[in-house]
Design a protein around this ligand. Structure first.
Ligand code: PEP
Ligand code: MG
Length: 873
């Protein structure tokens, strides 16, 4: 018989799928002997069954819940619904397999009603008892009936104003009156608050199950790629009260700093408060260090539990605790969310402490988070001149500039218009998630380092300043004021999430490079990896960046990018439009000189590492002007008739340029261009050899479809290279001529091409274009629709299409390696730098991936993880 409910003693940390992360951890902590209030977990399977058919609740769950409650009454020696005055109250919390902070619902203080609240008031004090009851009424209304929480807040405010005192000083009758008014809100909404604790519990559990499918939870799952069919578990736990008295309190604490990774407790607490007060950012909490003074014994015990938990889970923990009348309870622990910077430092420190291995450390860091480690900071010189408006808490690092907006909706609207926004709120709530995702930065005037804004921003790697209380934010008037300064929607500010500073206007950003911790981790990655990582780069600056990021060579230098400078494009145009041989030769000579200097610098930058130079690829018309004014100017410069020139340019236009006169087709019809490029490569290579730097040039021919094309180009290039050696009286040195594989026909005839080629490199951009027949320049117009209708689940230009394009690659590799087993085969299309595609490339047997310089660090980690995943599988 399926078991739908587990007491905390029955589960373990391994049961995350069934008991959810929170339930599994509560079970694990109970079994570790930590002071966890007793409770039980209703499984995720029950949630799925209930969502499929609500009758499941009455037929299968009700009796088991009642039994579990009786068991809880026995363990606590308290009564949930009976007559005993020893009251058991419970919390009901969601908890899915993967943490979804704040996305689903929670209700506290379940079990209170008018009668039981009076008992509680007699036993403790009226303020505490009615405070608990009001919280229950408010949460229950929100979670079970969807009645706005604000209605209750407004009522409380009005009530206090009317009576001229806070709830602390109210009489019992006034408290009861306030509760009655709370209940009237229910009645106005045609609802009723159930007095019976068991009815409350049943409704609460059903509501938490249903919250799995609320909108914000769905959006969060989409964003974090969490499957929609997992369901949430529900944890029912005996309440302990952080708001009992001044010896009570509640807090959240990370075992290490979640922003910097420093090995020091990092958290906040509030005395005489319930958990929601800390996370909701309503009251500003005190730093955890202050607990040592306030409650030394509790602090000592907490430190010890934190140590036990971190050692047990071998990772930084995010712990929720409550102190009830001087006794400490641990309510929850989970692996703490952290910035990429903290993630890296923590992983390295845990290795140094001997808690995890280097390989485990490599698996702890997500390649996609690496971009945050090379995140921007403001330019120092500009920062010195910038005007500081205010400083808040440095909640999530990074630097960003944008237009301010005050609501998540406006953030989305502006974003859709291509504008960069900074979301400014008093505090954020889970409903703001979509607006937060599209914002460059988030600023709040309330809440601490563990407030919703801070936690979510850190998880997303978005720059955030929280709790900036100097700012007065009016979401209604759409104004932000600080002293005399008033800003409105659309005004530009700059936010530094590492210092907490907010500045007026735009400040340029720069990237920090050469992060020592990152280099250390990546050196471990290189020890493990099988695939090499090269870079796609052609300017010296990009090559230098790539080398600094640890690229093991250059997989693709696109030479056409070297023709776009002012002084070069004119020579290129002269060459294309020449009608006399002499003019053509002069242009070729000038271009050869430019390129020889470029190649010399490039080879020098990469030193002994491989550098693949791809010969000209795009169709000629891409180098020519389209606009009549520009054509006129060009005609003047080239001393030609504008009409004739316009006609010539017109005749070079093609209907389908991507399928037209480009790549090796140009090399075949106009060998002079490829010869000129080869001459430039070898002039620089020979010069370097003569200077004692022994490089091995690698030349790559684009868009080969047929072996004969490759034979043709290779034949004249080889002859030309021999001629160049003779001309420069140079003893021949090794070089290679390889081909790009970017057409389906090239894949299917790869064995024939392999006989001619010294190496292969998959141009997956063109290969995807030619396989799907999707224009790589126009897919943006319909990919959104394709994704929405689930025809495609991803853009195949970003992640490899394993089934189609990938299958062609697999065929090509297997055919080629039959002919040349050790043929070097790379990937230089965009997907080469996509961490999610890299395991597949390893599986089909490529030699290296090549990507843009800033993607190199993530790719180095991904190639190591591909090996470690393989061992795990
Ligand atoms: C490719 O097609 O994947 C490639 C790398 O070449 P390009 O993007 O320059 O066409
Ligand atoms: Mg291409």
């Amino acid at each position: 018989m399926t078991k739908w409910i587990y007491s905390f003693e029955e589960g373990s940390a391994n049961d995350k799928a069934l008991l959810g992360g929170k339930g599994a951890n509560l079970a694990e902590m109970s079994n570790l002997g930590l002071p966890v209030p007793p409770g039980f977990t209703i499984t995720t399977e029950s949630c799925i069954k209930f969502l499929e058919n609500p009758d499941f609740f009455d037929s299968y769950l009700k009796d088991d819940i009642l039994k579990a409650v009786t068991d809880l009454e026995r363990k606590t020696d308290k009564s949930f619904s009976g007559e005993s005055s020893n009251l058991l109250l419970v919390s009901v919390r969601s908890g899915a397999k993967f943490s979804m902070p704040g996305m689903m619902d929670t209700i506290l203080n379940l079990g209170l009603n008018d009668h039981r609240t009076r008992i509680l008031a007699e036993q403790t004090n009226p303020d505490f008892a009615y405070n608990c009851y009001r919280r229950l009424l408010q949460m229950f209304a929100d979670v079970v009936y969807g009645i706005s929480k604000e209605l209750f807040d407004e009522l409380l405010e009005d009530f206090e104003k009317y009576h001229g005192k806070t709830t602390k000083d109210m009489t019992l009758a006034e408290h009861q009156d306030l509760v009655n008014q709370y209940k009237e809100i229910y009645l106005k909404e045609d609802q009723c608050f159930p007095e019976n604790p068991t009815d409350q519990l049943f409704s609460a559990i059903k509501a938490v199950f249903n919250s799995w499918n609320n909108n914000r939870a769905k959006v969060y799952r989409e964003l974090n790629k969490i499957p929609h069919d997992l369901g949430t578990a529900v944890n029912v736990q005996a309440m302990v009260f952080g708001n009992s008295d001044h010896n009570s309190g509640t807090g959240v604490c990370f075992t290490r700093n979640p922003a910097s990774g420093e090995n020091q407790l990092f958290g906040e607490f509030l005395l005489n408060a319930q958990g929601e007060d800390v996370v909701a950012g309503i009251r500003t909490p005190e730093p955890i260090a202050a607990l040592e003074k306030a409650q030394p014994l509790v602090f000592k015990a907490f430190k010890e539990y934190a140590r036990i938990l971190e050692n047990h889970y071998k990772d930084m923990q995010d712990i929720e605790f409550t102190i009830e009348k001087g006794k400490l309870y641990i309510l929850q622990t989970r692996d703490g969310k952290r910035t990429a910077k903290a993630s890296l430092k923590i992983a390295l420190d845990l290795v140094d402490q001997g808690i995890i291995s280097k390989k485990e450390a490599l698996m702890r860091i997500s390649p996609s988070s690496i971009s945050q480690l090379i995140h921007p900071v403001f330019e120092e010189a500009a920062l010195e001149k910038a005007t500081l408006i205010a400083q808040g808490l440095p909640a999530s690092p990074g630097a960003a500039t944008g237009e301010i907006v005050f609501t998540a909706e406006r953030a989305k609207e502006f974003h859709n218009l291509g504008r960069k926004v900074i979301l400014v709120r008093q505090e954020t709530s889970p409903e703001d998630i979509e607006g937060m995702v599209v914002s460059q930065a988030i600023v709040t005037s309330q809440g601490g380092m563990t407030s919703h804004a801070a936690v979510v921003a850190r998880g997303m790697g978005t720059c955030c300043v929280a709790g900036c209380s100097e700012l007065k934010i009016s979401e209604e008037d759409r104004t932000l004021s600080c002293g005399n300064l008033v800003l409105t929607e659309g005004d530009i500010i700059s936010v530094d999430g590492s210092s907490g500073c907010i500045y007026i206007g735009e400040i340029p950003t720069v990237l920090i490079e050469n992060n020592e911790d990152l280099q250390r981790l990546l050196s471990w990655a290189d020890e493990v990896a099988r695939l090499k990582v090269r870079a796609n780069a052609e300017t010296v600056k990009d090559l230098e960046t790539a080398m600094k990021f640890g690229a093991q060579g250059v997989g693709l230098a696109r030479t056409e990018h070297m023709f776009f400078g002012q002084d070069r494009i004119i020579e290129m145009r002269r060459l294309i439009l020449a009608d006399k041989e002499a003019e053509m030769k002069a242009a070729l000579k000038n271009l050869s000189d430019f390129q020889a200097e470029d190649f010399y610098q490039m080879f020098k930058t990469v030193e002994d590492k491989p550098l693949i130079v791809r010969l000209l690829d795009p169709p000629m018309h891409e180098f020519l002007p389209k606009d009549s004014q520009e054509i006129k100017l060009l005609a003047e410069k080239l001393n030609k008739s504008p009409e004739k020139l316009a006609h010539q340019i017109e005749s070079l236009q093609e209907s389908n340029p991507m399928l037209g006169h480009r790549g090796c087709r140009l090399g075949i019809t106009q060998p002079d261009i490829y010869k000129m490029q080869t001459e430039a490569i070898f002039r620089s290579a020979i010069k370097l050899h003569q200077e004692g730097i022994k490089i091995k040039p690698e030349i790559m021919i684009p868009l080969i479809a047929d072996k004969k094309e490759l034979e043709f180009v290779k034949s004249y290039l080889t002859q030309h290279i021999q001629f160049l050696f003779r001309e420069h009286e140079q003893e021949p040195f090794p070089y290679e001529i390889g081909t790009m594989i970017e057409l389906p026909r090239a894949c299917l005839t790869a064995d024939k091409l392999a006989r001619e080629a010294d190496f292969f490199s998959f141009g997956t951009n063109d290969l995807t274009q030619m396989t799907y027949g999707f224009s790589r320049d126009d897919i943006g117009k319909f990919i959104g629709h394709y994704k929405k209708t689930s025809i495609l689940s991803f853009d195949p230009f970003q992640h490899i299409d394993q089934e189609g394009v990938g299958e062609l690659m697999r065929i090509a590799i297997s055919k080629a390696r039959r002919v040349k087993p050790s043929l070097s085969i790379g990937i230089c299309g965009e997907v080469g730098g996509d961490p999610a595609s890299i395991s597949f490339f390893q599986e089909i047997g490529v030699t290296y991936v090549s990507c843009s310089p800033y993607r190199v660090p993530a790719a180095r980690l991904a190639v190591a993880q591909a090996v470690l995943h393989e061992k795990k599988d």
